[in-house]
Design a protein around this ligand. Sequence first.
Ligand SMILES: O=C(O)c1cc2cc(O)c(O)cc2[nH]1
Length: 508
Amino acid sequence: QFPRECTSTEALRNARCCPSPFGRVNDPCGVSLGRGQCLSVQADTRAHGPQYPHVDQDDRERWPLRFFTSACRCTGNFYGFNCGRCKHGFTGVNCDTPVPVVRRNVLTLNPSERRSFVNALHQAKRTVHPDLVIATRRYGELFSPDGNTTMFENITIYNYFVWSHYYSVSKTFLGGGQPSFGGVDFSHEGPGFVTWHRYHLLQLERDIQDMLGDPRFALPYWNFAIGGNQCDICTDDLMGARSSFDENGISSNSIFSQWRVVCESLDDYDTLGTICNSTESNPIRRNPAGNVARPMVQKLPEPQDIEACLQLTTFDTPPFYSTSTDSFRNTIEGYSAPEGTYDPIVRSLHNLAHLFLNGTGGQTHLSPNDPIFVLLHTFTDAIFDEWLRRHPGSADYPMENAPIGHNRDYNMVPFWPPITNAEMFVTAPENLGYSYEATWPARPITPTEIITIAVIAALFVVAIIFAVTTCAVRSRSHNSEGRQHLLGEQYQRYDDHDTHNSKSQSVV
Ligand SMILES: O=C(O)c1cc2cc(O)c(O)cc2[nH]1
């Protein structure tokens, strides 16, 4: 959420977060090096949708103005809370050396690459985030009673990834004994679903690159559109096989069986108005295809579902919510049938993959605790990127009336430095420094298309036969005409000759 350096009482009271990079003194955002400037934070004022009826009840409204009104804006390829880093996909002192970051299908990684990936996640689970800390209280309770300290905590890189997802989906605490308001979600059920999760992954990828000192580290993806009831990445060399002793547990041969989740105490957060902190509790639970009460979520999406959703031409449709129909976003998110029709009982694509996991990965406040979340979302992001590539003209993100947090120019909650949905609504290889090594299933041909192709082919054959016949007839008639003509000439010459002879004879 916020840089450690900005959580002093002074920084918070001034609402200013413009640290200096490289330990320099009094050089906010590296201004003297031309890296950036400390500027007022812009936060969207356009109307949001009717789903959130409250005003001034939630720290996340007009993010991040409740906490900070000034932040670093970096120039060129410089990036980060103090402009001390490079934009994703660049490295070097001047951030002008491109580094290709290629996200691959996790099943194509060799055994050593698989080990490196799992180890990187495990190291991220244990390494304290070098820059960011989390608020463990709402703004109104953030200062200690004596006003000298603030309620922020260190958190590990991976747990920060979990926490930021939890913070974006948590309910609005209304106080006064009223139940918390749940009709709010800053990262789902709206156009920001794809842009929010894209930045969420980018931040984790960057944090792991920095942790490893490897700017080429890339998150792989899981092609979850394989149908059937088998989790093909649930093996001990990847995300962990099923435990032999507990159908909801992960095999002890997998390092992930040792992971403990954060953000599990929902009742406390919702009734006491507290916020998830860095405390870990229970193991990850996962029982792929095991939800006997909901047979519809016992099977993974089908390959053709991807192609169907990629055919949709409109990015999102009013009300830009989980009830939108013919919306690419609502379809890839999984509230519509793969062809785009909204149906309240349908769960498809991304949502279906979550619910299939049937455990930690299927509950929004907890899901990133299961590392499958990372691979499930890189694939969702790959589909989004393919859609952007295929539909360059129709990429139209709503400016207003989307649910709170989801308007085009809204800063995404709780990311820092401030970043808008619009900034993530761009093709990744050209603008964000990463690409996917992926092939997309071909669309099956419809019966109408088969008939059209057959009719065109038949017409073509008829046209060729007609052309060939006409040529043959013409050439035959040409030939016979030609022969007659030649013979005619000959006859004429003989005629002439004969005439001449006869004439001469007659003269003689
Ligand atoms: O019920 C759903 O459709 C559903 C569950 C679930 C879990 C999760 O982590 C998500 O990000 C989305 C989601 N949708």
